[in-house]
Design a protein around this ligand. Sequence first.
Ligand SMILES: [Zn+2]
Ligand SMILES: [Zn+2]
Length: 273
Amino acid sequence: MHTPLCRHAAGEPVEYAAHAVKLGLTEIGFSDHSPMAVDDFDEWRMRDRQLDEYVEKVRSAQREFPQLTIKLGLEVDFIPGHEEWIRSLAARHPWDYFIGSVHYVSEGWDLDNPTKLAEWRKRDPFKVWSVYFERLAMAASSGLFDIIGHADLAKKFCFYPKEDCSGIIGAFLHTCADHDVAIEINTAGLRKDCREMYPSQAILNAAGELRVPLTFGSDAHAPGEVGMNFEEAVESARRAGYEEYQTFTGRVRTPRPLHRDTVEPLAKFAKEG
Ligand SMILES: [Zn+2]
Ligand SMILES: [Zn+2]
């Protein structure tokens, strides 16, 4: 989940936490867009000098809601060549987890940026998807990340390749399994043009078969998005054969059983409105 420091999210961590408590969630985590080595690399992340402020915002939510477990993470862009910078970020605070995300597939092109949609029309979707999943696999084998974020983000604007992508996607999932790196079910995809969670059920099924560890995320950019569509997310995970999910503390994962009552409070809340 995010904070206003990334310049495209609304609401303070305390407000996200308040919503989580209302839903009956027992644990949430923040993973705002990390700073880059050069400030204003793009317009959708915190600046380097704001990292401590970010941590303080999460700490104050922890103090205000002691009944709720609140994890401290970061969503970090994986770009080849940025490894040293990512290691230096890791050393600055006692993080619970790092989500490694690929948004950039070439210099200056963040493929999920709605202001750069024209770039998609100039490119062959299969080539874009190939580079995207190749970079995801590099992120998974880098040892820099605990979780890979929104694994099929390339589908966001529905530029689907005609070619079969199961080979490149399978190679990425094998890398996750080999390096004990988790993927997430990220429900934000339901709120985008593609209208489905990240990743698709087909990818999740393949991940389940390889026993790739799994986490749940709403990728909330506003307090009202906390825990959004988690009932469906749990249904999808079960359909893919998952019987447990992971939580992270101090960058160590702990499996938890995926019971039906994992989402019971959410289902109850949805009925009551
Ligand atoms: Zn964001
Ligand atoms: Zn992202």
